[in-house]
Design a binder for this molecule. Structure first.
Ligand SMILES: Nc1ncnc2c1ncn2[C@@H]1O[C@H](COP(=O)(O)OP(=O)(O)OP(=O)(O)O)[C@@H](O)[C@H]1O
Ligand SMILES: Nc1nc2c(c(=O)[nH]1)N[C@H]1C(S)=C(S)[C@@H](COP(=O)(O)O)O[C@H]1N2
Length: 200
């Protein structure tokens, strides 16, 4: 039986002074696109933005992606550290209806398994309207690390990635029903929230 999945519109935002001015090639947007395409079964329309580390520009991009473009999920990468120009968390909190502190807490826990500097990321996650907005660090490899978590050699999750909680969060705020490829990331929902497959 072939199955159908809800379409989803996802904002991907790379925040980098150097990538946005062409000093180096942006690797953030391709890494986000590749990981999400592997992780989700749903048909995805990506809405990419490459912008410098400017608070007002970042906030404006988030508002546009959620309020005008209709994204139910927005992932940012970069600008979460302590440097003077790192302002992505402030720009995200400025447009939040609600803060979701568990995502940042869990991402720092996961990242500590990879780098001791994990605690330098001030990444946050927030709800705006019917969208979940999550900050990821700027190192392109941190995208897979935080979303997918850490696996052992047999592919079993040692530390679950934060994406496991994303589909149910989006259910709760009125977005599309997201379904994952379990070998990449197994979404968790309470039994009462699991929907049966729909035939095409
Ligand atoms: N969008 C990107 N594309 C490719 N590599 C990146 C990107 N963002 C960060 N990196 C890499 O990760 C490192 C740490 O990222 P960080 O966000 O701290 O950069 P940064 O020092 O703030 O500079 P910038 O904002 O100009 O990318 C960078 O030095 C770079 O090697
Ligand atoms: N998973 C993961 N998290 C990570 C890193 C990483 O390489 N992998 N780099 C850390 C470093 S060195 C910094 S400075 C902070 C902030 O990075 P950002 O300013 O690029 O967002 O994220 C941290 N979190």
């Amino acid at each position: 039986m072939s199955e159908t999945y809800d379409p989803v519109r996802i904002g991907i935002v790379s925040v980098s002074d150097r990538a946005s001015s062409g000093v180096y090639e942006d690797k953030g947007l391709p890494a986000l696109r590749d990981w999400l395409t592997r992780a989700l079964r749903n048909p995805i329309t990506f809405e990419p933005r490459l912008i410098p580390d400017e608070k007002d520009r970042i906030s404006a991009a988030l508002v546009d992606l959620v309020d005008q473009v209709g994204c139910h999920l927005v992932l940012t990468t970069g600008g979460t550290g302590p440097a003077r120009r790192d302002v992505t968390p402030e720009a995200t909190l400025a447009v939040a209806d609600k803060e979701m502190p568990g995502f940042g807490e869990q991402m720092r826990q996961i990242s500590l398994r990879f780098v001791p500097t994990a605690i330098l990321s001030r990444q946050v996650a927030v709800i705006r309207g019917e969208a979940l907005v999550i900050n990821l660090p700027g190192q392109p490899k941190s995208i897979q690390e935080t979303l997918e978590g850490l696996k052992d050699e047999a592919g079993k999750a040692v530390v679950p990635g934060i994406f496991a909680a994303v589909p149910y969060c989006i259910d709760l705020i009125g977005g599309p029903y997201l379904e994952t490829n379990d070998e990449v990331c197994k979404a968790f929902r309470p039994k009462s929230a699991v929907r049966p497959p729909r035939a095409a």
